[in-house]
Design a protein around this ligand. Structure first.
Ligand code: AMP
Ligand code: MG
Length: 268
């Protein structure tokens, strides 16, 4: 089922025609909890080997409109991973130092090293979409970026980084409901920015901007997946499954022991 989430290179993602409430055949919340526990166990094992082998890295790029649940997915997917080999990076509006460099500078520095799993909460894709929507640079500037990004990601893939890009597809109704909860709940209120209302108002334009960039940058070496995001358990399970699938493909192995180590008896 998760294969259907993939945006085949050269085809249209059709974000607005996909159902944000889809359950992907995962059953119900209880069944999903059990499946997620199994996936976590597998992830932990494979992550241990990835780290020991130290040849490849895996990068999960998480994007989605406000309140699509990026933070929640990171919490639930990263829970089973050894923090030592895991790198979660959140991208905010660039600082003045970051703006003094090209837009990929800060992103490149944040990439997972060999043996690590990296999770990006937002990413270089904001340098296309946020920059476009907030008019932070002229069209000629953001328009050429998807082409840079495709080639940059190709280089990363050639050099040993497996890239999985996820767009969390939340419905407008659910988005509004979650934003309202943020306002109402004193523990979540800090997350709410008045700007979020503008984003909600211009939602269709944001979705169009995402549709365009996803279509342009879904590649064989760094494909996009559009994940239904109205149900928390569906998106967590979907993203964890996508990550597991890539680790299984990589099939990392423990490196061989140093010569002379096998059978060694350590003397008292
Ligand atoms: P949040 O994820 O809610 O903490 O919000 C982070 C904010 O940073 C969002 O409003 C993003 O649009 C903004 N942001 C992230 N990356 C960029 C970027 N490259 N250019 C402009 N704004 C960005
Ligand atoms: Mg926000």
């Amino acid at each position: 089922m998760i294969e259907l989430l993939r945006v085949e290179p050269g085809t249209k993602a059709g974000i607005s025609t996909r159902d944000p409430r889809d359950t992907l055949g995962f059953g119900d919340k209880q069944a999903a909890k059990r499946q997620l526990a199994q996936i976590h166990a597998r992830l932990e094992t494979l992550h241990g080997r990835l780290y020991a082998e130290s040849r490849h890295s895996v990068l999960v790029v998480l994007q989605g409109l406000d309140a699509s649940g990026k933070d929640g997915v990171i919490r639930s997917v990263a829970t089973g991973l050894n923090p030592q080999g895991c790198r979660v990076v959140s991208f905010k509006a660039p600082t003045s130092t970051e703006l003094a460099h090209d837009y990929l500078w800060r992103v490149h520095a944040a990439l997972p090293a060999r043996g690590e799993i990296g999770i990006f909460n937002r990413s270089h894709y904001e340098d296309v979409v946020a920059v476009r929507m907030l008019e932070l640079a002229p069209k000629a500037v953001w328009r050429r970026r998807p082409a840079h990004i495709r080639e940059w990601e190709r280089m990363l893939s050639d050099e040993g980084t497996t890239i999985v890009k996820v767009f969390l597809n939340v419905s407008k109704a659910k988005q509004r409901q979650r934003l309202q909860e943020r306002v109402d709940n004193p523990e979540k209120r800090w997350k709410f920015r008045l700007d979020d209302l503008d984003v909600l108002k211009r939602r269709d334009d944001y979705v169009t901007a995402w549709e365009e960039v996803v279509n342009e940058t879904s590649s064989d070496w760094a494909p996009w997946y559009v994940v239904p995001a109205d149900r928390n358990w569906v998106k967590s399970l979907a993203v964890a499954s996508l990550l597991l699938r890539e680790l299984e493909r990589l099939d990392p192995k423990f490196p061989p022991a140093q010569p002379g180590v096998e059978g060694l008896k350590i003397k008292p």
